[in-house]
Design a protein. Structure first.
Ligand code: NAI
Length: 628
């Protein structure tokens, strides 16, 4: 039986109601714009409640809007930019089924047609009202012969089409449901991507949060493997709203919580979750991961990933992403500020002022210009600091375990010893690996110049606090800035206990180096981007635990994604399966870590289901999925 698809325009094909947008344009210079817009809303409601006829409502609204032909280009441009995300994703559906798709709307052809024909919809399959213009281009009315300009218009219009086959209606409003109610359609799908109307959802045969779901239900999908709205995303610990928005716009079913979840709660919740977003508090333990049978990816909306059992996640084929440099700049700015403050003795001077003591003197105060800055750890933060400090006139020296490109005029030191002995200011930016514990202790302080300024904004355990205290007290260290500590309070209610409290010219901050609004927003943008890239393309660039592969976008091919335990011979087995089925490989990418292998194969031929079964059956397979 042939299938026909009847699609609504306002709030379905596009995210917006065209009349709302038209009002913004045609009334833009009107002094009583807001008042008129409210009148238009009131009239729309009267029409919807049946207190006035549809035609009357249309006439009244057009009189208030007073549109002109000149308003149309701007309206069309705006509507084109507001096409629903899932429609944009599934453009192929419209051209493939163009003979069976009708757009039926109580809106106007003049702005609907330019928007929908770009998707391959045939002009003769667009059924909508038509404006009447006067010779000056002013809208003076509409074609009153058109059934869509009267009550029950969509039903009347559909009757005239006399479609011979199954009719499926997708829309967000009551007039769309009426088509099914009148017996002219087999099914009504309530489209909720843009608006959710309870009374419509109640009446629908299916609720479709996106076109993906509609295509999946009706086995029509070509563009995507699985409807995104069926992919559950759980975001914990109050991640930035921009992250929630990004994931929702992508079509995922997103649930977010302000706090973290305890292990048992998370074990329960994680069962249906495919994407998990956390910050530093949620512990993703092996036990949690045991329950996470649908989980594909974890996003840590922070830098550290110690809260995740990475080994267990890797074993289950779950990719982990974090935000390694979203707050780099924030840390660097604080470091620069502290260097200047400490060189000028500001912490002590400020404290004295608060106690009423005026101590005006230049003694022990220096410019940072021309001083030697020693950076230990020339990674993201160290390197960025190098650039800014040099711009402020400092001479930059650094030491890193790894070979690093010296930026600007920075000079690489051959050893930590060399760095410590040359620097007027020493700042630590190494990572928190275990072997870095107490890397700065008695011996290292001995090597430093007298009167050195010392900063640690990396991890607390890398500095021996007892030795640090002694060297501040004995005057070797003239100023100290600490943001991180071997033990840090678990909440703001817990007292901060430390031997560093009360020491002279010492700035103590509560691990806020990276805590700025900008950094939070950067993280909120960065991590979803990485997770969506992984889901949509298989790309693992910047993954914490997966072999890093940056992949080309998929064009005219299917992509097979195979994750397996890293044992010899798997690639050969994959290719054997493909060869057995006469499948041509368009591109193949392989990378491994000690634990797992990651093989991406792009194939340019229709595959049969047997291939999937065989791929999954290859021994040591952890996860397998197909992208279309
Ligand atoms: P990164 O990983 O880019 O750089 C670390 C660098 O240290 C690497 O180049 C590494 O080779 C080097 N390194 C490690 N151990 C070393 C050693 N023993 N000797 C010499 N070089 C060594 O990390 P990124 O992003 O620059 O962060 C640096 C530190 O800052 C990390 O510990 C991070 O946790 C911390 N951090 C602190 C924040 C805060 O709020 N205070 C915010 C963000 C990061």
């Amino acid at each position: 039986m042939r299938k026909y698809f009847i699609i609504d325009f306002d709030s379905t094909f596009t995210k917006v109601e065209a009349f709302d947008v038209l009002a913004d344009i045609s009334l833009s210079d009107h002094p009583e714009q807001e008042k008129i817009k409210q009148q238009i809303i009131d009239i729309t409601n009267l029409g919807m409640n049946g207190e006035i006829s549809f035609r009357e409502s249309l006439e009244k609204r057009l009189t208030l809007l007073a549109p002109h032909r000149n308003n149309l280009p701007a309206l069309i441009t705006l509507l084109k930019s507001k096409v629903s995300e899932s429609f944009k994703r599934n453009k192929e559906f419209f051209s493939t089924y163009q003979d069976s798709i009708y757009i039926i709307s109580n809106g106007f052809r003049e702005f609907i047609e330019p928007v929908v024909i770009e998707f391959g919809i045939k002009p003769q399959n667009i059924l909508a009202n038509e404006f009447r213009f006067d010779s000056a281009g002013k809208v003076i009315g509409f074609d009153t012969e058109n059934p869509l300009s009267a009550n029950n218009g969509k039903v009347e219009q559909l009757k005239r089409l006399k479609l011979d086959g199954d009719v499926y209606v997708i829309g967000d409003g009551y007039t769309d449901y009426e088509i099914k109610h009148s017996g002219l359609a087999n099914k009504f799908f309530a489209f909720t991507e843009n608006v959710e109307r309870e009374n419509i959802m109640d009446k629908a045969d299916h609720i479709t949060p996106s076109l993906d779901e509609f295509l999946y239900l009706n086995k029509l999908n070509t563009a995507i493997s699985y409807p995104k709205n069926r992919i559950n995303v759980l975001l914990l610990e109050n991640v930035h709203p921009v992250a929630i928005e990004l994931m929702r716009n992508e079509g995922f079913n997103v649930e977010s919580y302000p706090a973290g979840l305890e292990e048992d709660e998370l074990c329960e919740k994680i069962k249906n979750v495919s994407v998990l977003g956390i910050r530093s508090k949620t512990q993703v333990t092996a036990k949690v991961l045991d329950h996470a049978n649908r989980l594909m990816v974890i996003g840590a909306f922070c830098i550290g990933t110690n809260q995740i059992d990475k080994k267990a996640a890797t074993k289950k084929g779950i990719a982990i992403f974090n935000a390694p440099f979203s707050n780099t700049r924030s840390v660097v700015e604080l470091a620069i500020a502290e260097i200047i403050m400490l060189m000028r003795n500001i912490p002590d001077k400020s404290t004295k002022m608060h106690k009423g003591k005026w101590d005006k003197s230049a003694k022990g105060s220096f410019e940072i210009r021309g001083k030697n800055l020693g950076i230990l750890g020339y990674g993201n933060i160290g390197a960025q600091l190098s650039v800014l400090a040099e711009n402020l006139g400092m001479k930059v020296f650094y030491y890193d375990k790894e070979e690093k490109l010296a930026l600007g005029n920075a000079i690489k030191c051959k050893s930590l010893k060399e760095l410590l002995s040359i620097a007027d200011v020493i700042t630590i930016h190494i990572d928190g690996r275990e072997s870095n514990t107490n890397i700065i202790g008695d011996e290292e302080f001995k090597l430093m110049k007298k009167g050195v300024i010392f900063l640690n904004l990396s991890r607390g355990h890398v500095v021996d606090i007892r030795a640090l205290r002694e060297n501040i007290v004995n005057g070797k260290i003239a100023g100290c800035g600490m943001d991180v500590y071997p033990y840090e309070p678990l909440s703001n209610d817990e007292e901060f206990k430390s031997d560093l409290r009360g020491l002279p010219n010492t700035i103590l901050t509560p691990h806020i180096g990276g805590s700025t609004a900008e950094a939070q927003e950067n993280i909120g943008n960065f991590v979803p981007g990485k997770m969506m890239d992984y889901i949509n393309t298989g790309s693992t660039s910047n993954s914490v635990n997966f072999p890093n592969l940056t992949l080309p976008t998929l064009e005219n091919a299917h992509r097979l994604i195979h994750i397996h335990n890293n044992v010899p011979g798997i690639l050969a087995k994959i290719n054997q399966v493909l060869a057995d089925h006469g499948i041509n490989i368009a591109g193949q990418y392989l990378k491994t870590t000690d634990a797992i292998g990651y093989v991406i194969t792009d194939i340019n031929k229709e595959y049969d289901k047997e291939v999937i079964k065989k791929m999954r059956a290859i021994e040591n397979t952890i996860k397998f999925r197909v992208l279309y």
